[in-house]
Each structure stands twice: as C-alpha cells, then as structure tokens.
Design a protein. Structure first.
Length: 69
C-alpha cells in the first residue's frame, strides 16, 4: 500500500478474472477504476508532453525499484 496510491494513483475499484491460455499458462484480465482520474484528452496531452513523459518514466522506474528491492 502506497500513500496516495501506486503508479496509477488511487484505485477506487477493480475487477479481474484469471484465464488459462491454450498452452495452459495462467494470465489475468483486469479493469481498474481510478479515483480522480483524468479525461482521456488530458492523458494524451500529458503523454505527448516531453517534460511530463520524462517525469512519468522516472516515477515508473522508482516504483519498479521500490517493488522489487
């Protein structure tokens, strides 16, 4: 549990189901409802903005490192 949520922010609700592939490998399909989520147009602008994009990549790497080490 992370204060304010993880890399996606605070998750309001979720639903997931586990399936078996044709080869027998299990995998997950999941829907997440994010609290205070941004409109898709805002997300697109953030992704296309270099400064925001670099900030997101840095947050992503920090989150991954915190999760595994």
């Amino acid at each position: 549990s992370y204060p304010g949520g993880g890399i996606l922010g605070e998750i309001e609700a979720y639903y997931g189901t586990v399936e078996e592939s044709g080869r027998g490998a299990l995998h997950l399909h999941m829907l997440l409802w994010l609290a205070n989520s941004k409109h898709p147009h805002e997300l697109r602008e953030l992704i296309l903005d270099d400064v925001s994009s670099k900030h997101f990549v840095n947050l992503l790497f920090r989150y991954i490192l915190m999760s595994f080490f």
